[in-house]
Design a protein around this ligand. Structure first.
Ligand code: NAG
Ligand code: NAG
Ligand code: NAG
Length: 328
């Protein structure tokens, strides 16, 4: 066989040959694929590769391409190489717990569309970026507990994991979690949040309210407590939810009140000033009108007699024309 005894296993040509064999031979290819098994691992005919507790420091090489379950827990593996992982497109179950993984890149899980179970617990992860779990469309259960330095999970980290049912991020170093994308997941039924130093301030109000409203969803809800501020330490998130809601929105309301008081004063002052101005204008106008009237009266008295004569003449003429129109 081509695949069996060659020691230079990382040669790219070998991967190509392997790939061609897989595509060409179809079902017949299965025994060939399982024929390769990484050092210190046990591979069975159900495509399960078991490498737990083997003091591995690197990701195993020479993995069967049809691997469905890969267990590499309890080792000292510090990196998941994207290239090697993404050949395993049939992978359904991946247990990486209890290693020394510090980061996971965007491309690590790029091709694992069938992956349903992922365990990253007991590692040394620090943050989760937005695209890390994006390609995992079939992911049902994600365990990511006991990473003592994990303090930051991007708001959109679970945005595309539509199949997610169980999420466990217990015993990390999380203070806040943006739940916008989590509450939109249609089948999410269990969330583990306990053992984190949660912030019970307005920045985390939504999470606290969520725990309060849907207590049934949360594992170890009794251990899901505030780490800060000092006066809230040790209180359950489910207890402080309503309190935070009132507290955080009250402070907004008192600002609103201040705004209304200031606006009210401005309107009052503007009203007073404009009333005073109107008063002044009215007085001036009245005086002006009175002056004009006095002038007119004087002029009228002078022209009075003249106008009397003229109007009498006009009415006589009008009466005469009326009479003639009637007789026609
Ligand atoms: C982690 O793995 C080591 C062996 O590498 C083992 O001794 C230890 O008990 C494991 N810890 C957990 C929490 O499973
Ligand atoms: C947890 O986060 C805080 C800051 O939020 C940091 O001071 C502390 O060192 C972190 N703990 C660990 C174990 O990394
Ligand atoms: C949560 O994340 C969404 C999307 O990134 C953002 O629009 C929203 O403002 C965030 N909420 C909080 C409370 O930070």
């Amino acid at each position: 066989m081509l695949l069996a005894p060659q020691p230079t296993s990382a040669h790219p040509l070998r991967l190509v040959v392997c790939f061609l064999l897989l595509c060409g031979a179809g079902v017949l290819a299965s025994p060939i694929i399982t024929a390769g098994c990484p050092d210190r691992c046990v591979c069975d005919d159900q495509f399960v590769v078991q490498c737990a507790g083997q003091h591995l420091t690197t990701f195993p090489v020479n993995l069967p391409l049809a691997t469905r379950q890969l267990i590499i827990s309890n080792n000292r593996i510090s990196e998941l190489p994207p290239l090697a992982l993404n050949y395993l497109s049939d992978l359904v179950y991946l247990d990486c717990s209890n290693n020394t993984l510090t980061e996971i890149s965007e491309s690590t899980f790029g091709n694992l569309r069938k992956l349903a179970y992922l365990d990253l617990s007991f590692n040394t992860l620090h943050r989760i970026e937005d695209r890390t779990f994006g390609p995992l469309a079939s992911l049902v259960m994600l365990r990511m507990t006991d990473n003592p330095g994990l303090s930051d999970i991007h708001p959109d980290a679970f945005l595309e994991n539509e199949a997610l049912q169980v999420l466990d991020v217990s015993r990390n170093n999380l203070t806040a979690l943006n739940i916008t994308s989590l509450i939109a997941l249609p089948t999410l039924r269990s969330v583990g949040l306990s053992g984190n130093p949660w912030s019970c301030q307005c920045d985390n109000e939504d999470l606290c309210l969520w725990v309060h409203l849907e207590t049934f969803k949360f594992q170890d809800e009794g251990q899901t407590v505030c780490g800060s501020p000092a006066d809230m330490q040790g209180r359950r998130l489910s207890e402080v939810g309503i309190q935070l809601r009132t507290l955080c929105h009250q402070s907004l309301d008192s600002l609103d009140y201040l705004f209304f008081v200031v606006i009210g004063f401005v309107i009052f002052a503007a009203g007073t000033v404009s009333a005073w101005l109107m008063g002044v204008v009215m007085v001036l106008y009245e005086r002006y009108i009175k002056k004009k009237d006095d002038q007119l009266e004087l002029e009228n008295e002078e022209e009075g007699i003249e106008m009397d004569n003229a109007s009498r003449g006009r009415t006589d003429r009008g009466n005469r024309s009326l009479k003639t129109s009637h007789t026609v």
